[in-house]
Design a protein around this ligand. Structure first.
Ligand code: PMP
Length: 352
C-alpha cells in the first residue's frame, strides 16, 4: 500500500508535446517548428550580449522587447504582455480571465493544452463540436459562458477564419474574455489586431516559436486592452516576476526588428506548403485547407497510425493524435523543400 502522503499528491494528466530526438539525419516534422534559422540579427544580438550583465535579474518589464512589439503592432506598450513561450502566456491568461466558475468554451478538436490548463486551474469547460469539415459554427458560441478560447488558424487542422467570423464571436461574447490564439497566423491567416481598438475583452496571443524560428528561446506575446494587460501583469507578478530572461528579451527584439527576413521565411514556408498539399492530394490524401505551417491529412486506404509508424521507422517524425474524430489523421509540419521531398517519396513508397 502506498504511504498516505502519496494519496495527497496532485493527480493530473499533462499535455504531451511532440517527441524531441537527436537521431542523426532525423527529419523532424512533428512539432510545427520552423525549418529555417532565426534572423541573422538574432545571432548578432547573442554575440553582442554582455554575459557579465547576466548576474543581474532581467528587466521585469522586458522594455526593449515591449517597445519593439508595440511599434510592430501599432499598439501602446501597455497593451503588450510577454511571457516564457505562448504556453506560459496562455496559462496566465486562463488563470487571470477564466475564474468566474462558469464553463469556458472551446472546440472539441483544438490545441490539446486547453483542457489540461482547465484541469490544472480547476476551470470548468465545455467543448463545442466542430462541424464535419472541421469548421467552427459561431452560433454555437452565442450563449453565456465563462470565456471563449479559439486558435485561428485552428490546431491541429490548420483551418483559419476571417474578420467577419472573429467579429461575430466577439460581438456575441461581450460579457467575457475571448482569447484568440494566433500561434500560426503569420502563415496566411488573418490577424485580429485591428479589432483591439473596438473590443476591450479581446486578448490575442502570439508566439515566436513558429514564424520567427525561436522555439528554443521561449517567447510568447499577448496583445489586448490596457485593462486585460494590467490584469495579466498583476497575476504574473504574483507568480514569477521574471518570466522573460535577458537573453530572450534581446534576441526577441532583434527578431522583430528584421521584418524583411521574417516575411521571406513565412513566404518560403507557405510556398512549400502549397506544393506539398498538391503532391499529397496526388498520393490520394485528403488535405485540410491550411493557413499554418503544417498540413492535416488523412488517407482513405491507409491507417494514419500505420503511416506514422512507417515514417518513424525511416527516421521521419510526423504527428499522430490518438484522439476521438482525428485518430485517422496526421499532422505534418512544413520542413525545407528537401525534407518534404524525402517525406513525399517515403509516403509514395509506402503507399505503393
Ligand atoms: N498555441 C498553439 C495553438 C500551439 O500549437 C502551440 C504550440 N504547441 C502553442 C500555442 C504554444 O507555443 P509556444 O509555447 O512555443 O509559444
Amino acid at each position: 500500500m502506498p504511504p498516505l502522503w502519496q494519496e495527497k499528491l496532485r493527480k493530473i494528466t499533462p499535455y504531451v508535446p511532440g517527441e524531441q530526438s537527436s537521431n542523426p539525419g532525423l527529419i523532424k516534422l512533428n512539432a510545427n517548428e520552423n525549418p529555417y534559422p532565426p534572423s541573422p540579427r538574432v545571432r548578432e544580438a547573442l554575440q553582442g550580449l554582455d554575459t557579465g550583465a547576466l548576474r543581474l535579474y532581467p528587466d521585469a518589464n522586458a522594455s526593449r522587447l515591449r517597445g519593439a512589439l508595440s511599434s510592430y503592432y501599432g499598439v501602446k506598450p501597455t497593451q503588450v504582455f510577454m511571457g516564457n513561450g505562448s504556453d506560459d502566456v496562455l496559462a496566465l491568461a486562463f488563470q487571470s480571465f477564466f475564474c468566474s466558475g462558469q464553463p469556458i468554451l472551446f472546440p472539441d478538436i483544438t490545441y490539446s493544452f486547453y483542457p489540461v490548463w482547465c484541469g490544472l486551474f480547476r476551470t470548468p469547460y465545455e467543448t463545442v463540436p466542430l462541424d464535419g469539415n472541421f469548421r467552427v459554427n459561431p452560433r454555437d458560441y452565442d450563449r453565456p459562458s465563462g470565456g471563449v478560447v479559439l486558435p485561428n488558424p485552428n490546431a491541429p487542422t490548420g483551418i483559419s477564419e476571417g474578420r467577419a467570423f472573429i467579429e461575430d464571436i466577439l460581438s456575441h461574447n461581450q460579457d467575457c474574455v475571448v482569447i484568440i490564439d494566433e500561434a500560426y497566423v503569420d502563415f496566411g491567416g488573418w490577424s485580429c489586431v485591428p479589432l483591439l481598438e473596438q473590443y476591450e475583452n479581446l486578448l490575442i496571443v502570439q508566439t515566436f516559436s513558429k514564424s520567427r524560428s525561436l522555439a528554443g528561446l521561449r517567447i510568447g506575446v499577448a496583445l489586448g486592452s490596457e485593462t486585460l494587460i494590467a490584469t495579466l501583469e498583476a497575476v504574473k507578478n504574483s507568480y514569477n516576476s521574471y518570466t522573460m530572461d535577458a537573453v530572450s528579451i534581446e534576441a526577441g527584439a532583434a527578431a522583430v526588428e528584421d521584418d524583411a527576413y521574417f516575411r521571406e521565411t513565412c513566404r518560403k514556408v507557405i510556398g512549400t506548403r502549397e506544393r506539398c498539399a498538391a503532391a499529397l492530394r496526388g498520393l490520394g490524401f485528403t488535405v485540410c485547407p491550411s493557413d499554418s505551417n503544417f498540413l492535416f491529412v488523412t488517407h482513405p486506404a491507409a491507417r494514419a497510425r500505420d503511416i506514422f509508424e512507417a515514417m518513424r521507422a525511416q527516421n521521419i517524425f510526423i504527428r499522430h493524435f490518438n484522439l476521438p474524430r482525428i485518430d485517422n489523421y496526421l499532422r505534418i509540419t512544413i520542413g525545407t523543400e528537401t525534407e518534404m521531398d524525402k517525406l513525399l517519396s517515403a509516403l509514395a513508397g509506402y503507399l505503393g
